[in-house]
Design a protein around this ligand. Structure first.
Ligand SMILES: Nc1ncnc2c1ncn2[C@@H]1O[C@H](COP(=O)(O)OP(=O)(O)OP(=O)(O)O)[C@@H](O)[C@H]1O
Length: 518
């Protein structure tokens, strides 16, 4: 075998020994809820109310390792394609495992990189947890910290007029939630400042979109959570609590120390972890940060990057300076079907969206969605897109990982993604849950070769040309010139009105470039 071929193959072989013998999720089949072993009837009912009749392969595989014979003895690392149902894969066993709890306290923590994603995951938990008497909280900074605290922490009811020792009151503060879905920043706010917020009882930690979360430290949330949930023996290390970085009274974590049967030297109780992504990192130094216990790797098929089964990838080769015209022609061709257009930066997202809206009557509503906007604006746009009031979302990359929006049948890469991971996540906003979908990538001639190589990394050799009649592009020329003129005027007035907008654009773009370098 040629040396270069061997090197190429080795790139796909994980370095960590436990990753080399994974559980292959593709060997599992969809399984009817009616005959799923050990499923609590209340949960079954909740799932049926969601319209689900079967569980997807990744959900069955995780069920087996947690509730089934696996009994969650090992931490789980799950690499499964976009839209394959990873959220329910962890939510379902966690809710079932917590259903036997006697006292309400925070036992499961799910961390996600963005607010919109956390909201989405909270909704999945909220659809099943109440059936088992469990409550779910959200810590994402959507409301004021005071409002969030009142949702998360229950204050003791005291008799009016009697003064109590503040230390006693602190002792009596209780969690109002069993499960918390959080973004790292807001989680750290609660860890450092919220009285009564404790990870002392935490049993389950889920790190969703792991590779994204491990790429940035987000105020060291991970080492902090691991430290606060790490059992230690006070008799062996007297006073160690005082040296915890956030020993502010409410945060003292007193977990018992012991040895788990079968795993000599490992402390007990163990914080059981599930880490997931559609593009899970294989980098040993990154995975080491998670301090995994005897990890089990679950992945789909042989390839590191897997695209959804029913995704069709197309390329559209454009004349460089006419790219916007090709985009408009495609949008017209798609005739109002829900569509996300990806660009390479927040700056080009804004410009492209403005330009498209100057194109006369396209018979579709087009809005932008990027990290440059305020959260309230983004949330409003997302809601309108979900509800079908907007048909086309022009978006930057940073915001769209994991987003699950019903009815998105088309993804358009206006700017070619620089990395295969980016392609996987962008394309994965369609063809979800076994549905069909297409991803059209606009390319300049010089990008064609690079794009082919990029797709091969995702095991995709077939990428036909998306053809649109040249007459459709030509007929748009007169509108293009006037739209460009209007765009120029708008950009000039925006720059002079806000003064610093230009500066803000370039600052955010840099940050986003970083996020694209996955
Ligand atoms: N058992 C099921 N039956 C029917 N639909 C399901 C089932 N499980 C999940 N779904 C649906 O599949 C879609 C994708 O699920 P989910 O968002 O969890 O995917 P994911 O694997 O996390 O994707 P990504 O990697 O993009 O985050 C959702 O719309 C969800 O409601």
């Amino acid at each position: 075998m040629e040396e270069s071929t061997i090197a190429k193959q080795n790139k796909n072989v994980p370095v960590l020994p436990w990753m080399r013998s994974p559980v292959d999720v593709s060997k599992f089949e969809e399984y009817p809820l009616d005959i799923l072993p050990c499923l609590d009837p209340r949960l079954k009912m909740a799932l049926q109310n969601m319209g689900f009749k079967t569980l997807f392969p990744v959900q069955i595989a995780v069920w087996q390792e947690t509730i089934g014979p696996g009994a969650f003895e090992r931490d789980l690392c799950i690499n499964s394609p976009t839209g394959s149902g990873k959220t329910l894969a962890y939510a379902l066993p966690i809710v079932q495992m917590l259903s036997t709890r006697a006292v309400k306290c925070l036992r499961a923590l799910v961390v996600l990189p963005t607010r919109d994603l956390a909201l989405q995951v909270k909704q999945v938990f909220a659809a099943i947890a109440p059936a088992m008497g469990l409550s779910v909280g959200l810590a994402v900074g959507q409301s004021s910290i005071a409002d969030e605290i009142s949702e998360l922490i229950k204050k003791p009811e005291h008799e009016a007029g009697i003064c109590y020792d503040p230390q006693d009151v602190l002792q009596e503060l209780q969690s109002s939630v069993d499960i918390l879905v959080a973004t790292p920043g807001r989680l750290m706010d609660h860890i450092t400042t919220t009285k009564g917020f404790t990870l002392e009882h935490l049993c389950y930690l889920v790190v969703d979109e792991t590779d994204r979360l491990l790429r940035e430290s987000y105020q060291s949330w991970l080492p902090t959570v691991l430290k606060l949930t790490c059992p230690y023996d006070e008799s062996l290390m007297p006073g160690v609590n005082n040296f915890l970085p956030y020993a502010s009274g409410s945060l003292k974590t007193i977990r018992r120390c012991g040895v788990e049967r079968g795993f000599k030297g490992k402390s007990y109780p163990r914080l059981a972890k599930m880490v997931l992504s559609a593009t899970l990192t294989q980098d040993p130094s990154k995975l080491a940060q998670l301090n995994l216990h005897h990890p089990l790797f679950l992945t789909t098929g042989q390839r590191r990057y897997q695209l959804p089964e029913k995704l069709e990838s197309y390329k559209l080769i454009c004349v460089s300076n006419l790219k916007p015209l090709y985009l408009v022609a495609v949008l017209q061709h798609l005739g109002g079907e829900k569509c996300i257009v990806f660009t390479s930066s927040v700056e080009s997202t804004h410009r492209l969206c403005t330009l498209l809206n100057f194109f006369g009557d396209l018979k579709v509503k087009i809005k932008e969605y990027s990290g440059l906007q305020r959260q309230s604006v983004r949330s409003k746009t997302l809601k309108a897109f979900r509800e079908g009031e907007i048909q086309v979302l022009v978006s930057s990359d940073a915001m769209t990982r994991g987003m699950d929006i019903e009815g998105v049948r088309n993804i358009i890469n206006y700017d070619m993604p620089a990395y295969v991971k980016t392609y996987v996540h962008r394309a994965g906003r369609t063809a979800r849950a076994g549905q069909t979908g297409r991803c059209i990538t606009l390319l300049r001639t010089h990008e064609v070769k690079r794009f082919k190589k990029l797709l091969q990394k995702a095991d995709n050799d077939s990428c036909p040309i998306y053809s649109i009649p040249s007459s459709s592009v030509k007929s748009l020329h007169p509108f293009y010139l006037s739209a460009l003129e209007k765009l120029k005027e708008t950009v000039q007035s925006e720059t002079s009105r806000k003064g610093k907008v230009g500066l803000k654009f370039s600052r955010v773009s840099k940050g986003e470039k970083k996020s694209l370098e996955e």
